[in-house]
Design a protein around this ligand. Sequence first.
Ligand code: XIL
Length: 353
Amino acid sequence: MRHHPAIDCFCMRLPFLAVAAVCILSAQSLRSLADERGIHFGAAVAPSHFSETAYASVLAREFNQVEPENAMKFGPIHPAPDTYNFAPADAIVAFAQAHGMAVRGHTLVWHNQRPAWLTGGTFTPDQLFSILQDHIKKVVGHYAGKVYAWDVVNEAFESDGTLRKTMWSHAPGIGLEGAGYIEQALKWAHDTDPKALLFYNDFSAETVNQKSDAIFKMAEDFKSRGVPLDGIGMQMHISSKPQPLPGIEANMKRITDLGLQVQITELDVKLPVDASGEATPAWLEAQAKVYRDIVALCLKNPRCTAIQTWGFTDKYSWIPGSSKGNGAALEFDAAYQPKPAYTAILSALEGRP
Ligand code: XIL
C-alpha cells in the first residue's frame, strides 16, 4: 500500500545535532522514500565497479533494486554452446542480497549482444528452438528465487509496429509464426520459475504510437489466452525535451487496465555536453523537471511498480558512448554528487509538486 511519506522525525528529537543530520539524510534517500511508497527504485549496474567504495556505498544507500547492465545478456552469460558464465551476475545477486535489494533480470531474448557462436553459426529452426529453450531454462533456473522479475524478450518490435526480423523470429526463427517465439519464451521462463514476474521490454514505446499499439495488442492477446505475461517494461531512454506526459499516462493505463504491471526499466535523460562531459545549469534544470515528471507519472498509477535508471552515476553511463555529443544523463554526477535530477526525484517520491 502506498501512503504519503513522512520523514521520520524521531531522530530529530535526539539532542545531538550530528545524529539528527545523519537521520535526516538517511531518511531522505531515494531508497527509503521508495520503500515508503511501496515501489522499487533501481539502477543498472556492473559488478566490476563494486570494488569502488563510492560506487558501492551510493548504490546501497540510494536503491532498493539492481539489474545487471550487461552481465545476464546472452553473450556474456552463455559465451560458448556448453559454457555458462554466471560469476559476474552472481556477484550482483550477492551484492543485492547483502544490502536487501531486489534483482531484475535482463534479458533472455534479444537481437543484440549475442555470442559469436550464435551470430556466426548456421542453425535450423529446430536447433534454434532447442538452443533458446536450453538457454532460458538454465539462466532462469540458476536465478530462481533470486531474480524477482525478468525482461524475457527485449525490443521485438520495429517503430512501425511490425515484428523485428531477428534470428529468433524469422531468420531463421525458432519455427513459430509471428509473436509465437515471444509466447514460447514466456512459457519456458514461467515453467522454470513460476514465481518470477515476466516482462516484455522495449524502447520508444512509452507514449501511444504504432510500436506501443503493437505491444498492447500482443499483451491483450496474451492475457486473453493465459500466456504468462506479468508486465511491460518501458525503457525510457529520453532527452530533456518536454515529454508527452498525457500520452505516456494513457499508454500506462491501457496496459495496467489489462491487469498487467508497468515498470520503467532504463530511464536516463541525455543532455548536450561540452568536451569535458559537462552540461550547463539550465540543461540540468530541464533534466530535473523531466525526471520529476516521469517519477510522478509512475507514482500516479498503482500498477507502475518500479522505476529504474540505466546506471546512476554519469561516470559510467552508456550515453556518451552511444549518443555523440550527449551525456550527463543520470541523477549523480561523475564524482557521485547528487544533481538537480536527484533532488527532483526525491521530491517526486515525497509527493511534492
Ligand atoms: C546497453 C549497455 O548499457 C551498454 O553497456 C552495452 O554496450 C549495450 O547495451 N536497451 C537495452 C539495454 O535494453 O540492454 C542496453 O544496454 C541499452 C538499450
